[in-house]
Design a binder for this molecule. Structure first.
Ligand SMILES: *Cc1c(COP(=O)(O)O)cnc(C)c1O
Length: 378
């Protein structure tokens, strides 16, 4: 197996993958309607539930061909009964996306927004549920990837259930990294795509959720033809196949990635992401960078550093300098603050972060950015 040039992706997904995952896509051509292929998908669907400690009798997983946003779309458009409302607990770009989905489908919703650098106030969440007994679906984001803030999903889930609402969580940027437990975390539906925590390729997205709730949604309004959860679930249950063409090669890559996930182990993998994240924070601290999210609120996977107030600072140029040397950094996703992100996803370890900071510091020096970096109010 020839080694493939290794790039260190510090963007929030797709992530750096192993060569074994890359090569696992090189397989004989196969029609995905063959039994051999549906057998692979059966095992895959079960593993996706096991990763979040779901009981296979109670929970199932449903696969879709597409990127992670598709999951948010599917959950919201499929799991809302007629005449009911969605409550989106919104403190960042990905929950804002869920709000837009409600708008595009013309669904009744409440956008309960909080500052992007603070966790939601649970008293206000409860008041919203109390005042609106027609809320049937509560949605939030586990790790708001735009900033890296961790939301208290277990507590939000408790509230949602107390008021008889289904709880859907966007776990795209925590799944298979930060340990998740469907039952303990009070989750009815969570979601991710293969190119993030699983360290596979893009093109496969999946929802892990409560079978009974999916079956109950059979008679809810069908708001999308391609992106309906019950229809896709039902097709899987009856035939073992995806309704429409699956991303064949990505599925092979995901199977290999899951094999490697079990080999590394949940705890060891989370420990690795944690030490990578620590190394990122240490590197930023050493250079004097400020961050958007206070340490106690960080999900442990995404650092959002604030642009220094230095005329020599130019994100694009610094990005290009690092990119040419095999390191990808990424802009922030906040409208009010200019920031960039360094993420601890992927098949990387502390040495890669150390190597990155050598290049990053070199870039700052090259463009004449003062070190430690300066901010106006200093
Ligand atoms: C990456 C991500 C998504 C999906 O984004 P796509 O561009 O559609 O892959 C959704 N939610 C969160 C929290 C994410 O980090």
């Amino acid at each position: 197996m020839e080694k493939i040039k290794r790039n260190i992706l510090l963007n929030p997904g797709p992530s750096t993958t192993t060569d074994s995952v890359k090569y696992s896509q090189v397989v004989p051509d196969i029609c995905p309607r063959e039994r051999e292929f549906s057998c692979l998908m059966k095992g895959l669907r079960e593993d996706l539930v096991k990763i979040v400690h779901g009981d296979l009798g109670k929970f199932t997983s449903v696969l879709f061909c597409g990127s992670g946003t598709l999951n948010i779309d599917v959950c919201i458009n499929s799991l809302l009964p007629d005449g009911k409302k969605v409550l989106v607990i919104n403190n960042g770009a990905y929950s804002a996306r869920a709000v837009e989905i409600c708008q595009y489908y013309g669904l009744p919703y409440i956008d309960l927004s909080f500052p992007i650098d603070q966790t939601p106030n649970l008293t206000i969440v409860e008041q919203a549920l109390q005042k609106n007994p027609d809320i049937a679906l509560v949605h939030t984001t586990h790790n708001e990837t735009g900033t890296g803030i961790l939301n208290p999903i277990r507590e939000i889930g408790t509230l949602a259930h107390q008021y008889n609402a289904v709880f859907t969580v966007d776990t795209t940027s925590t799944y298979a990294m930060r340990p998740i437990d469907m039952e303990k975390d009070n989750i009815d539906f969570c979601m991710a795509s293969a190119q993030k925590g699983l360290m596979a390729m893009s093109g496969l997205s999946f929802i892990v959720g409560n079978r009974k709730i999916i079956e109950a949604s059979k008679n809810y309004p069908k708001r999308s033809y391609y992106c309906n959860l019950f229809l896709q679930y039902d097709y899987f249950e009856r035939t073992g196949e995806m309704h429409f063409t699956p991303p064949v090669q990505t599925i092979y890559a995901t199977l290999q990635a899951i094999k490697e996930y079990w080999q590394e182990g949940e705890q060891a993998k989370w420990a690795r992401h944690t030490r990578v994240f620590q190394a990122i924070n240490d590197g930023l601290d050493k250079l004097g960078f400020r961050q958007v999210i206070k340490p106690e609120y960080r999900a442990g996977l995404v650092s959002s550093a604030i642009y220094p107030d230095d005329p020599a600072w130019n994100f694009e140029k610094i990005h290009d300098y690092c990119y040419e040397r095999g390191f990808t950094i990424y802009p922030g996703k906040i409208s009010t603050t200019n920031s960039f992100r360094l993420c601890a996803l992927g098949a990387i370890d502390v040495e890669d972060i150390k190597a990155f900071f050598v290049i990053f510091e070199e870039a700052l020096n090259h463009f004449g950015v003062a070190i430690p970096v300066k901010y106006k109010d200093e």
